[in-house]
Each structure stands twice: as structure tokens, then as C-alpha cells.
Design a protein around this ligand. Structure first.
Ligand code: ATP
Ligand code: AH0
Length: 370
């Protein structure tokens, strides 16, 4: 498809915290953000979440994966078709569909996002770009994170005057260092991106197992506890923290962490897991090329006041909720896949050596027309 100027694009992301699907409209030419549009969120029911959980870690199309795929496709089809008519002035010409990551193993050049974008193109009668990560891992990259090119565009949109770190606190945490003095994201020095470590996933698992709650609302439980320093120190000795970036994680790479807090009281266990999340981010800051002016936090974890306070204490930096700068911190990932869809359609790169460690710039993504 020919893209001569800015168009409306619709992006959808089903993240590693398994909470639901975000969808957002963005007007862009794949380089500059022209306007942010409507957005919506469709939470997964406990039964739907259980279907994904049953398929996590699987690579082949057995019964669990087939059930998860069908559910992910059905939920996306309903949400995206609603979004396509939410405002006719924002009718999208293209859709970026991430799908749901079930497994991620870049060392063996494989990553698995479930959900069939070709099927969605048929159902929605619109061009769908999907399978964004495979090309990158096949060329030796991490296949993640992919939001960094969009973070670069956001830095330009916000006219940020100095290097800034975008921090996403989802199930897993990831950072993008952006130097906005560069002209394009793929220029050497413009970006450095990688996953920091586990963020909300272990805390969510703890809350679900012990209290039947989806997450520690506002960090209320963690605030009442004391972090166990021995466990945090052992956590920081994990091999992942000794690797140089770019590097990425699977949701369950730190599964053992839950066992380590098994003997702690609820509040102390929550405080320990929150501390691990914040300490991993603080460790990540040691890799930044220059001290950033600020950390702008997006993703649901920015609502955990306890984690935000610990980030400020451990990094000594200004740590802001990105909403305070006029963006919607819940929708950055969905917007990112809208943005990346347009880039793929234009043949522009979506990752580069400093964002995924790939050997050369890559434009990942499969394009399916209806
Ligand atoms: N009010 C809140 N207080 C504390 N934590 C919250 C709050 N709201 C959301 N969260 C946390 O944020 C999580 C959702 O974050 P988000 O939607 O950014 O994750 P995701 O997109 O699934 O993950 P990823 O970025 O890893 O793909 C919830 O599972 C919860 O842990
Ligand atoms: C393999 C995979 O799905 N990774 C996710 C996950 O969730 C957060 C972090 O780990 C990040 O690396 C990535 O998602 C975001 C959207 C990204 O690619 O930028």
C-alpha cells in the first residue's frame, strides 16, 4: 500500500501481565506523530486469562495454544472492529496487531506471539501488520523491546531537550534511553533499549495466589512491608544483570523469585518483589550512555506508588508518570504497534543494533491484506 503522508493507524497490544488488550489510534507517517486518537481497553476475564496461562511457554500448536489463539483473536476482533468506527474522522487505514506472547527465546532465534493477523485482516477487512518480532530474532536480535522507535518519536513530539529514559512497567520492565538531538532512531547513539527485569508479573502472581487479587493496588500492601535484603541481593546476582544490553526476557525467566518469598509474610513478600522491580531498573541505569534528565514511566506499574517511590530513592533521578507530560501511559504500547505498522508498510526499520542487538536495521512484520 502506498503511504504518501500521515494516516490513521490502529494498534493493539496484549501484554505479558495478561490483564487485557489495549487498542489505540494514532495519526502518523511512520516517522512523525501527528496526533493521538481514541483508545480503549478490554480486560480479560479470569477464564480468558487462565486460557493464556495454560499456553504460556509453549511453541507448537497443541490444544492449549489453539484455545488461547482463538480467544485472543475473538477478543481482538471485537475490540478492533469497535475502534474502527469509534470516530469516523479517525478511521484507520492500517492495523498493527502484536498478539499475545506465549514464549520468547531469542538465544535460539525463536519467539511466539499467538493470534493470526491474516484472519483478522479478513474479519476486519483492513490491512493488518503482525508477527513483528520474528524477523529480528531470525537475524540474531532479541526481538524485543520494539517500542523504542516509537519512544524516539514521542521524545520528538514532546520536544524533550535532553536525554530521557522511557520506562515501561508491565509484566516485564523495559527501558529506552533516547537522545533527542539525533534526527532518526536508527542513528548510532540515538537509542539504547533493553528489558530491565521482572516488573509486575511476580507481584501479580503473589497477589493472586495469596489474596485472590489481580495486583497490589497502588502498592498498598508493599508499603506496609519490609523488603528482605538477602533475597534482593541474591536476585541482583542473577546472570541477566551481568549481561550487557541489548537483552530481553521471557515473562517466566525469573519464575524462581516467587519461591524465594514463599516463607515471608504477605506484606514483606510484596515489598521484596516491588524492591526487586525497582532495583532492576536502578541496575539498568548503570548502562546508560549519559545520565538522563528524567525517567518517564508508562505501563500499569506507574500506578504503584510504592514502586515509584523506590525508583526515586534508588536512582536519585527525577521519575515522572508520563501522563504528567501529556501522554497516556496506559496506551503507549498499543500506539507503538500502530506506529510500527505504518513503518513496516513504508519499508522503514523497526529495530536496530542498539534496540535489539540485531546485526543490522530490520523492518519486522508480516503484512496481510483482506
Ligand atoms: N492501580 C494500580 N496499582 C498498582 N499496580 C497497577 C495498578 N494498575 C495497574 N497495575 C499493574 O500494571 C499491570 C498492567 O500493566 P500493563 O497493562 O502496562 O502491562 P502489560 O501491557 O500487560 O505488560 P507488558 O508491558 O509487559 O507487555 C497490572 O497487571 C498491575 O500489575
Ligand atoms: C517478547 C515480548 O513480548 N516482550 C514484551 C514484554 O513486555 C514488556 C517487555 O517484555 C518488552 O520487551 C516487550 O513488549 C514491549 C511492547 C516492546 O516490545 O517494546
Amino acid at each position: 500500500m502506498k503511504i504518501a503522508g500521515p494516516i490513521w493507524a490502529l494498534g493493539a497490544m496484549s501484554g505479558t501481565s495478561l490483564d487485557g488488550v489495549d487498542a489505540a489510534l494514532l495519526r502518523t507517517d511512520g516517522e512523525t506523530i501527528t496526533a493521538f486518537g481514541e483508545s480503549d481497553y478490554r480486560p480479560y476475564s479470569p477464564e480468558e486469562r487462565a486460557k493464556i496461562a495454560a499456553a504460556l511457554g509453549q511453541w507448537s500448536d497443541g490444544a492449549d495454544v489453539a484455545q488461547a489463539a482463538e480467544m485472543v483473536e475473538t477478543v481482538h476482533a471485537a475490540l478492533l472492529s469497535r475502534m474502527m468506527t469509534v470516530d469516523l474522522e479517525q478511521a484507520p487505514e492500517i492495523i498493527g496487531f502484536h498478539g499475545q506472547t506465549l514464549a520468547h527465546d531469542p538465544a535460539n532465534q525463536r519467539t511466539h506471539q499467538t493470534g493470526d493477523g491474516a484472519l483478522l485482516a479478513e474479519i476486519l477487512q483492513r490491512t493488518v501488520v503482525w508477527d513483528f518480532r520474528t524477523a529480528d530474532v531470525q537475524l540474531g536480535g532479541q526481538g524485543a523491546p520494539l517500542a523504542p522507535f516509537f519512544h524516539f518519536a514521542c521524545a520528538k513530539y514532546l520536544k524533550l531537550p535532553a536525554p530521557t529514559v522511557f520506562l515501561n512497567l508491565g509484566g516485564v520492565g523495559n527501558v529506552t534511553y533516547v537522545d533527542p538531538s539525533y534526527d532518526a532512531p536508527q542513528q548510532s547513539g540515538a537509542l539504547l533499549a533493553f528489558d530491565t527485569g521482572p516488573a509486575n508479573a511476580p507481584l501479580n502472581d503473589l497477589m493472586q495466589a495469596r489474596l485472590g487479587q489481580a495486583y497490589d493496588q497502588n502498592g498498598a500492601l508493599a508499603t506496609q512491608g519490609t523488603a528482605n535484603t538477602e533475597i534482593v541481593t541474591a536476585f541482583l546476582n542473577h546472570g541477566y544483570f551481568h549481561k550487557m544490553p541489548p537483552k530481553s526476557l521471557d515473562r517466566d525467566d525469573f519464575n524462581g523469585l516467587s519461591d524465594r518469598v514463599a516463607d515471608l509474610e504477605d506484606a514483606d513478600a510484596a515489598a521484596t518483589l516491588a524492591e526487586c522491580c525497582a532495583a532492576a531498573v536502578a541496575r539498568a541505569m548503570e548502562h546508560m550512555p549519559k545520565t538522563p534528565a528524567q525517567i518517564l514511566v508508562c505501563g500499569g506499574g506507574r500506578r504503584n506508588a510504592h514502586i515509584m517511590a523506590r525508583l526515586r530513592a534508588l536512582t536519585g533521578l527525577r521519575v515522572d508518570d508520563i501522563d504528567d507530560h501529556g501522554l497516556d501511559g496506559d496506551m503507549l504500547e498499543a500506539q507503538a504497534f500502530a506506529y510500527l505498522a505504518v513503518r513496516v508498510a513504508r519499508g522503514l526499520p523497526t529495530s536496530c543494533p542498539s534496540t535489539t542487538g540485531v546485526a543490522a536495521n530490520v523492518g519486522g512484520g508480516t503484512i496481510s491484506h483482506p
